[in-house]
Design a protein around this ligand. Structure first.
Ligand code: FE2
Length: 361
């Protein structure tokens, strides 16, 4: 099993349930940042440097109610920022209409209008992925009880714009609360309980969401800041005002199998020979810190693009740097039905190296 070069680099960030996605063009190193959070700029800048990417465009998929957007800071640095055409944001953001294209180096993403969570919600589709903001989440849909939300419209947007995409399309949502990083259109079409309703009206009736009930004083303060032309943004950690999911899967709560490096080291050669061990760190980490001999790299954020490979050669062991990302990989791949019950290596490559076990550069 060998990782194949793809035209798109993807790195997803999770912070307090909010997901930001960095998407880069392999050929030109131009990059797009979707839904960046205030207070996390240093994290994104480090990732840009680690991947050798150059940020060209920032897109907010909608006016966020739960966290502060960092678009104003990127605008001030001369980076193009864009939102959906229906936005009331007072910043100098480009307005994207349905059918527009967001070009990033040699990549092109089509703008989909997906109102419902908010009137200005958009998604970006292309190169086997859809970054859909707060619409379709893993095992559920986004909240639809804010002022301006419309649950029936949300359901119909998801059905019309997202469920019509190819099954293998990797869904990069705006939120995740259960350590499940991504999903696919095919999996959600088949398994998402929110999508079993006949239509938007039936979904809205079952949900019973009351418009505006979600607008707590904290949410209204977030919205006001995210609409302002020149907000004061924190440099450090910023608060989150609300969870943005309505209904979600319980698949992630089942215990996972874990083994220590001293248990796995004696089986390394055998597992490597059978292509049954993968390392889900970022590629630059392997280049910088080394790797367990023979264990190929399948970065966590890009696992959605190699599901067929993983199905054909199911890994028995997944490792990362410390054991956190391998846990996310196990949960996500198990949720998707790609792997049954793989082992996450406790302590990851860090503890492996500390224990003096073999490392190759
Ligand atoms: Fe949202």
């Amino acid at each position: 099993m060998a990782a194949t070069a793809r035209p798109v680099v993807v790195k997803s960030f999770v912070d307090a349930g909010c997901q930001t996605h960095l998407i880069g063009c392999t050929a030109t190193r131009a990059a797009l940042l979707i839904d960046p959070k205030a207070g996390k700029r240093a994290v994104y800048e480090k990732a840009l440097a680690d991947y050798g990417l150059r940020l060209e465009v920032v897109v907010d998929t909608h006016t966020h109610a739960d966290h502060l957007s960092d678009s104003a800071a990127w605008l001030a640095r001369g980076v193009r920022c864009a939102m959906g055409a229906a936005t009331k944001c007072e910043r100098a953001v480009e307005r994207l209409k349905a059918g527009d294209t967001v070009a990033v180096g040699k990549l092109a993403f089509r703008v989909l209008a997906v109102p419902g969570h908010t009137p200005d919600s958009i998604a970006l589709y292309g190169h086997g992925l859809v970054a859909c903001g707060d619409t379709l989440l893993v095992g559920g849909l986004a909240r639809a009880d804010f002022r301006g939300s419309d649950p029936a419209q949300l359901f119909e947007s998801v059905k019309r714009e997202l469920l019509t995409l190819p099954d293998a399309t990797v869904v990069l949502p705006g939120h995740g609360y259960q350590d499940l990083l991504f999903t696919t259109i095919g999996h959600e079409r088949a398994h998402n309980p929110a999508l079993r309703h006949a239509d938007g009206r039936a979904y809205a009736a079952a949900l019973g969401a009351v418009e505006g009930r979600g607008n707590t004083p904290e949410v209204d303060a977030m919205l006001a800041t995210n609409l302002a032309a020149a907000p004061v943004l924190p440099e450090g950690p910023a608060a989150v005002a609300a969870c943005c999911a309505m209904g979600a899967t319980s698949a992630a709560s089942a215990p996972i199998r874990e083994q220590r490096n001293d248990e796995l080291a004696p089986r390394r050669a055998e597992l490597v020979a059978r292509s049954q061990w993968i390392d889900v760190r970022d590629p630059w980490e392997l280049a910088q810190d080394g790797r367990i001999p023979g264990v190929p790299n399948y970065p966590l954020s890009e696992l959605g693009f190699v599901l067929d490979e993983l199905r054909a050669h199911p890994p028995e062991v997944i490792s990362c740097k410390s054991g956190v990302r391998s846990t996310t990989a196990v949960k996500t791949l198990r949720y998707l039905g790609v792997l049954r019950d793989p082992i996450s290596m406790v302590g990851g490559f860090g503890k492996w190296k500390e224990a003096g076990l073999p490392v190759e550069k």
